[in-house]
Ligand binder design. Structure first.
Ligand code: FAD
Length: 383
């Protein structure tokens, strides 16, 4: 693996750094307190090409490889995980999945809007009763002539209140377990689909998380993504790449934790010298630094495997598992460096910790990642 970035990768990383410093950093506290990122940012993310990374230019994408995508994701995560999540879901889980599984017509219908930021996408897998055990979801899609009629509830859907289209997973046949699940592309203004914002989140407070309720929602059969019964494969393939994106976002959080901890430690004085002079403060900082590097290397390895067309799902689970736990540790260590000020939201460490915490929960909890890795190593499913 060549750890040196190409000219193109270096340029896109710099573009993302500048974007975050200009468009995101000045607003982070306000968005967190208001529980809403300014929606006009989506258009700006589209204009700069971040919503079209890895997608073919033919469909409005901005091309680039998966390492470039991870570099941008890391920078967005460094700036604000709520912003990073918008891209990870609208591009990572929805547009990229349409690009991979979609018919020509579906690609032309959705990709130009999603990659330009004219549309926002959301990913509707989790339900109130089925989270980790997503293959047993209960949302039903019943065939009626040329349509399907969908009923069910989706829970914790990122971008939910903002989205123009939901990549929805529903049971369309009586085949047992995940074999009966199909994927559909459902415009969110379809009659019968209502959205309830979920407030009071510990972190990612700027993100538009929602519950989606579907009551007799009629979708044409042509809205099915991939063949009937393949929905769970669609979801798992999206999440395998999605976990790489979450890992990259976690590297961004950990890097931000390192940056703010070093800055604060070299400014704050106690016992007549900056706290950087105290060995135990240096321990906190060096622990963060090791977590940043290890998480980044695991994440880049996934991107490298994807870009070379190699199997990557287990590496992606490993990166997501390690990077999410590392981001929590790093943010917690940074908070410790800030002392009491770390507990106040005018200072950055507390938000980093709140935002990091969910990374060990979504797109498969840490326990689920361990089961996926364990299954790959032993050949035994322990779910
Ligand atoms: P449960 O599955 O009930 O798990 C509870 C606990 O039991 C966990 O500790 C889990 O690790 C453990 N557990 C469960 N099964 C096992 C097992 N077999 N072995 C060992 N331990 C086990 N979902 C979407 O579809 N789209 C989204 O955009 C989305 N965004 C989200 C945004 C936020 C802010 C949050 C909080 C969640 C989001 N989710 C989304 C849902 C998320 O993916 C689920 O919350 C997650 O998969 C866990 O499901 P659960 O919450 O039902 O927990």
């Amino acid at each position: 693996m060549n750890l040196e970035l190409s000219e193109e990768q270096t340029a896109v990383r710099q573009l993302a750094k500048d974007f975050v410093d200009r468009e995101v950093a000045p607003n982070v506290i306000a968005w967190d307190r208001a529980e809403e990122v300014d929606r006009s940012l989506v258009k700006k993310l589209g204009e700069v090409g971040f919503l079209g990374l890895t997608v073919d230019e033919e469909y409005g994408g901005s091309g680039g490889d998966h390492l470039a995508y991870c570099l941008v994701t890391e920078e967005l995560g460094r700036g604000d995980s709520s912003v990073r999540g918008i891209v990870s879901v609208s591009l990572g889980l929805v547009a990229k999945t349409i690009a991979y599984w979609g018919s020509e017509e579906q690609k032309r219908q959705w990709l130009p809007g999603l990659t330009s930021g004219a549309y926002v996408g959301c990913f509707g897998l989790t339900e109130p009763g089925t989270g980790s055990d997503a293959g047993n979801l209960t949302t039903r899609a019943v065939r009626d002539g040329d349509d399907y009629v969908v009923n069910g509830t989706k829970m914790f859907i990122t971008n939910g209140t903002w989205a123009d289209v939901v990549l929805l997973f529903a049971r369309s046949t009586d085949a047992p377990g995940h074999k009966g699940v199909s994927a559909f592309l459902v415009p969110t203004d379809t009659p019968g689909l209502t959205r309830r914002p979920i407030h009071g989140k510990l972190g990612l407070r700027g993100q538009a998380t929602a519950e989606l309720v579907l009551e007799d929602v009629r979708v044409p059969a042509s809205a099915m993504l991939a063949p009937e019964g393949k929905g769970f494969s669609v979801a798992m393939s999206a999440l395998a790449k999605g976990r790489m994106s979450v890992a990259a976002g976690c590297v961004g959080i950990a890097q931000a934790a390192l940056d703010v901890a070093v800055k604060y430690a070299t400014e704050r004085e106690q016992f007549g010298k900056t706290i950087a002079h105290h060995q135990l403060v240096q321990e906190l900082i060096s622990d963060i630094a090791v977590d940043v590097d290890a998480a980044r290397l695991l994440t880049w390895r996934v991107a490298d495997l994807v870009d070379r067309g190699q199997p990557f799902a287990t590496a992606s689970s490993q990166a997501k598992l390690f990077a999410s736990e590392a981001a929590v540790r790093a943010a917690n260590n940074a908070l410790q460096v800030f002392g009491g000020y770390g507990y106040i939201d005018e200072y950055p460490a507390g938000k980093l910790l709140r935002d990091a915490r969910v990374m060990t929960l979504y797109e498969g909890t840490s326990q689920i990642q361990k089961l996926l890795i364990g299954r790959a190593l032993t050949g035994v499913s322990a779910f």
